[in-house]
Design a protein around this ligand. Structure first.
Ligand SMILES: [Zn+2]
Length: 545
């Protein structure tokens, strides 16, 4: 009798528990501040997850009462967001940068030389490649020349890329190997010549002959560097990258990494418009292989403002009669547009100068006429003639911007453009008002990967050193909420993935990040990091072990 009672009570308890607890799920996260990024959603406290998908997001008691989970995480009141996406970055360039002479942050040309010598002492390369110098950090606007490199390396070719990737400094040995002399002319490029001699500085298309000569790094070294970068991105809660321009062979490099389960990042890779890539698009159409998505082309409309390669309607304010260059002829851009339209691919074009932006907006009109929701993008949209802003809404063109560029370029942007043109430069709020969304990224390795620097730049218009005090053209600031959308749900829209990811809602991927500290934009930059990162319900990163 006694035994029976115990069993009855035990049975009843189990039964009650089962009824009380209701549905079983894989994971419940609670005691959190969940910013789901869903439309009009308020901050919620708990979330239930099963089979890698969000089952429900809601108040603490509701979720805890309704679900029983194999694993529960008490988030300790911390902020949770959908995993962040960097909507414009370069994993491959960053990997190559890590394997080259690191020139990022060099404070003088002498420091550039010292770092190059140290690197070469260690690696003894037959061809020295460096990346990341920026002459504006040396207290000069003048671009460097190669005399000292020639003295140090009379026979070993040296090729040092500027931080924006739109200019390089080569020694004479490298120029000779590439067949470039003072008389050489390359359309869409500039070869700097002084006193009848090449200075070694090559801009935009003029870099091409050397780009082809630079020996590739071993594939395994590049793949290992990408995995290092993935770890760096996870520590910031970044789970996805819109990789802005890859070659044909890179498709397989990424596939290999994904198939070996090493690369868990979501990669939306834009193809460079080569013949092999166009054949790939024609054959496969919109392509998805696990976490690799290919459905867009990356086109270079012009160069960068720092190296005066951006194509402007009026001459540069700090270089007489110089307009910059269009790096792809208009007819070629139209041909690529037609191809993208026929194959249902997006066209994502790099456009920095106001002239390039106008040309592209006009080209994009044709896709808008047949497919209003095309989501073709302008990457950077950095300098726009104020009369042209309306075309972003008229033709439904998606602006893809990098707020840290604004605060990095503040040192010289006004010199290049003059005060008047600044009205349409780095105008993220205006662009947001026109299109209704922004895709937000960093353009790493041009800028650092840290999304909290992006927040500071977008919301406060300040750099990591809290400069300038009042914000750089602060009238173009956007809100924290808008900035976070730009790195989550709007980035998902910019890649046609909004039904699957970008917000934490029923049925969507349980891809999210729990941050160490409150996500905010204060008057001063404060670093923040991910505590845990989940991709489709699986923990991929944690600071707890
Ligand atoms: Zn880029």
């Amino acid at each position: 009798m006694r035994q029976l009672t115990i069993f009855t009570i035990l049975g009843l308890t189990l039964l009650l528990n089962a009824c009380y607890k209701g549905k079983s799920v894989d994971l419940v996260v609670h005691n959190a501040r969940i910013h789901s990024m869903a439309d009009n959603a308020k901050v919620q406290e708990a979330m239930a997850i099963k089979d890698g998908k969000v089952v429900e997001v809601g108040p603490e008691r509701q979720i805890l009462n309704k679900y029983s989970a194999e694993e529960e995480i008490d988030a300790g009141g911390k902020d949770i967001y959908p995993g962040l996406t960097d909507a414009h970055g370069h994993l491959l360039s960053y990997a190559k940068q890590k394997l080259s002479v690191d020139l990022v942050g060099c404070k003088s040309f002498d420091e550039l030389l010292v770092r190059t010598e140290k690197y070469q002492d260690r690696y003894k390369r037959k061809f020295i490649v460096g990346r990341g110098w920026d002459q504006s950090l040396w207290g000069t606007t003048e671009l460097p020349s190669n005399e000292q490199l020639n003295r140090l390396y009379p026979t070993t070719p040296v090729c040092l890329y500027r931080i924006d990737g739109h200019a390089l400094l080569a020694n004479d040995a490298a120029l000779k190997k590439a067949g470039i002399g003072p008389e050489t002319s390359i359309s869409g490029g500039i070869i700097h010549v002084k006193d009848g001699k090449c200075t070694g500085l090559l801009v935009d298309n003029a870099m091409e002959p050397l780009n082809h000569l630079v020996p590739p790094f071993p594939r395994k070294e590049i793949q290992a560097a990408i995995i290092d970068i993935q770890q760096e991105l996870f520590q910031y809660g970044i789970v996805g990258v819109h990789e802005a321009g890859i070659d044909f062979n890179d498709i397989f490099l990424f596939k290999e990494l994904i198939d070996s389960k090493k690369l868990q990042l979501e990669v939306y890779a834009m193809l460079m418009p080569s013949k092999a890539n166009m054949d790939f698009a024609r054959k496969h159409g919109k392509y998805r292989h696990k976490n690799l998505i290919i459905q867009s082309f990356k086109v270079f409309g012009d160069g960068a403002l720092g190296s005066r390669g951006a194509f402007l309607k009026q001459p540069y304010s700090d270089q007489h009669n110089h307009f910059g260059v269009l790096t792809t002829p208009v007819d070629e851009m139209k041909r690529i547009a037609n191809f993208c339209e026929a194959n249902d691919y997006q066209m994502n074009t790099h456009a920095i100068g106001d002239s390039t932006n106008k040309i592209l907006l006009d080209i994009y009109k044709s896709i808008f006429d047949v497919k209003p929701d095309h989501r073709w993008r302008i990457e950077h949209a950095q300098v726009v003639d104020p009369v042209d802003f309306v075309l972003f809404s008229n033709y439904g063109v998606f602006p893809s911007v990098q707020p840290t560029h604004a605060v990095s370029d503040q040192r010289w942007a006004e010199q290049r453009l003059g005060k008047k043109r600044m009205a349409g430069a780095y105008a993220y709020n205006t662009l947001l008002q026109k299109y209704g969304m922004l895709a937000i990224g960093t353009d790493f390795p041009v800028e650092l990967t840290d999304p909290f620097l992006t927040i500071q730049a977008a919301v406060k218009r300040k750099n990591g050193d809290n400069f300038p005090a009042g914000g750089f053209y602060a009238n173009e600031a956007i809100t924290l909420e808008e900035c976070m959308k730009g790195m989550t749900i709007w980035a998902a829209f910019a890649s046609f993935q909004e039904n699957r990811t970008g917000s934490l809602e029923k049925g969507k991927d349980a891809t999210f990040v729990i941050f160490e500290r409150i996500v905010k934009a204060g008057d001063t930059y404060e670093p923040n990091f991910a505590n845990h990162v989940f991709i489709r319900g699986k923990k991929v990163y944690s600071t707890d072990y």
